[in-house]
Design a protein around this ligand. Sequence first.
Ligand SMILES: [Zn+2]
Length: 304
Amino acid sequence: MKHSSDVVSALPRREVPCYLCGRDDPALVFRQEPYRVVRCRGCGLVYTLPRLSPEELLAMYQTAYWTSAQAKDFGYTDYLRDRDLYLRTYRLRRELITRRKPRPGRVLEVGSAAGFFLAVMQEIGWECHGVELSRSMAETSRELFGFEHVQAGTLADASFEPRSFDVVAFWDVIEHLEDPAWHLARARALLKDDGLLVLETQNVESRFARLMGRRWQHYKMAEHLYHFAPATLEKLLARAGYVIEENTPRRGGKKVSIDFMVERIGRIHPLLSALCRPLRLIGRVALYVNLFDEMIVVARKGPQ
Ligand SMILES: [Zn+2]
């Protein structure tokens, strides 16, 4: 398997039609060689072309993804170092679930990474299951939190009892998947009839995304294959057999460090980053930042 940094420098070659409607003459949104962000003229889905091979896409999520020196384009700067911030972020989001399901049950997270979301569910007595593509991250989560049911691999490799989960979560995952409807439909089969799907993905039609244009932080060309908006996300979820109960940008924020803020501000203009640099003396202080450019969705099983 290739090393992740080789994957980022690999040349994407695949042109694909619109995932949602099959139309094949998209309008150009902008170009960032060798990639293009395009919008389907039929259904409005925004997606990135061309695409790496399926093998290269899989290889991207191994170790180097989680400590990327190029996080602007690919991966995370240092995912594990930000542990406390992620735990605090997920404690806020957890309320979306506990408000509807006050009693502990069984939760599955697809793309469970270092297990931060599962850890906050475990804190309140839930039985936690996870599937994580990166073998080392799956192992890390088992070491950090003692999980017994986190498997390395994909949802297709994993074996779970049908209708056995109260909640299935996809945090920042569906935009990375070539076939998100398949994964969501698979999750539907694993959910109990009154089960909840919770997911987060970025909103390409949000005010902040429009303001930032091509500098929007979610245009990670190699890894974010799709940029959903409320209408295209609704279409995707309907195809997979769900009805949306809530779609909100609230709780879409993240607890972040000042260091992170300075890095993000630097993307707007390098001079702004220089002006903010003295703030790094208090770099570990956490702020809650919500740019209202995420969609946090709670959905239930609909007719299929
Ligand atoms: Zn389309």
